[in-house]
Design a protein around this ligand. Structure first.
Ligand code: DGY
Length: 320
């Protein structure tokens, strides 16, 4: 008997084909949204689930899924899953590290460059037909090259962001749970400093730490107040690490110059305050969204799920 699995949202056909070689698959290629209750009903008689970061796999759901043995998240972040509750039931949890580092770093850089050079603001101006000619003091932006980049969260993606800064001759400061090995610091030309030093000294502050109760609202009004008034904040990790209401106030009142955001508290709902601001670049959680990377993420999750259900150690096991 093949194990029975649910794939909660649409994935690539090749992912379903691969899973179908090993499992009985309940797919959702129509990408129909489901309520937590509908998901629990679907999973009640299943052995595994391949889920998205928008699915909450919490203790209440797990209690309704007596057969569940594996949860494969199609994301590197797994704050949507109660790992402790899964571990208590011996359910294996996996994620997709590695395959999305470069794409996510590219997007963080896209946000840095777009905010610094006001790309979305001027694009809208030119599309409205308002451009009447070149002027010396028109649309002045901020230089990225030779500026100081501060990265909070120096895991794989943070390091990929730092690597790109070498080409822009930037000074790189970082804060992390612990410092990197000296050889990596040398290769990235990056210096470990306190959180306060990142905030007070950087021209660009990029957030790349995982979301958890400890990092909830790590960037609030007090921390924003420590940043330079000319500084730009980039959030390419998770909504919730920033207090969005405090950020809107800081952007409105000139506490910082601008922000580039891929993620939001309570997304896909957006604090409407963002929409009134010109000094913020908003994109809808697309950090890893290139064709090649999303295919790789889905296949990584499928490989993890099959391994977990065949009793092997999955390549990307998250449970301690
Ligand atoms: C992740 O993998 O955690 C990303 O946020 C998905 O884009």
């Amino acid at each position: 008997m093949k194990p029975r699995v649910v794939v909660t949202r649409e994935v690539f056909d090749e992912t379903i084909d691969f899973l179908a070689q090993h499992c009985e698959v309940d797919a959702n290629q129509a990408d129909a949204a489901h309520t937590p209750d509908a998901l629990a009903q679907k999973l009640a008689d299943k052995d595994g689930v391949m889920c998205a970061l928008t699915d909450r796999i919490d203790a209440a759901l797990i209690a309704r899924c007596p057969r569940l043995k594996a949860v494969a998240n199609i994301a590197v972040g797994y704050n949507n899953i109660d790992v402790a509750a899964c571990s208590a039931r011996n359910i294996r949890v996996t994620n997709t590290p590695g395959v999305l580092d470069d794409s996510t770093a590219d997007l963080a850089w896209a946000l840095m460059l777009a905010t610094a050079r006001r790309v979305t603001e001027v694009e809208s101006y030119i599309r409205k037909g308002e451009w009447t000619g070149w002027r010396l003091k028109q649309w002045l932006g901020t230089d990225v090259h030779h500026a100081t980049l501060g990265i909070i969260g120096m895991g794989r993606i943070g390091q990929a962001i730092a690597k790109r800064a070498l080409g822009f001759d930037m000074k790189v400061l970082y804060h992390n749970r612990k410092p990197l090995a000296a050889a990596i610091e040398r290769r990235l030309n990056a210096t470990y400093v306190s959180l306060d030093d990142v905030l007070t000294q950087s021209d660009f502050v990029v957030l790349q730490m995982p979301y958890s109760p400890e990092t909830h609202h790590l960037i609030d009004a007090v921390q924003l107040g420590k940043m330079k008034p000319t500084a730009i904040l980039i959030n390419s990790t998770r909504g919730g690490v920033v207090d969005d209401a405090a950020l809107i106030e800081a952007l409105k009142t000139g506490v910082i110059r601008a922000a580039g955001l891929d993620v939001f508290e309570g997304e896909p709902k957006l604090n409407p305050g963002f929409l009134e601001l010109k000094n913020v670049v908003l994109v809808p959680h697309i950090g890893s969204s290139t064709e090649a990377t999303r295919r790789a993420m889905a296949m990584t999750a499928a490989t993890n799920l099959v391994a977990a259900l065949s009793g092997k150690k999955p390549p990307n096991l998250v449970n301690p």
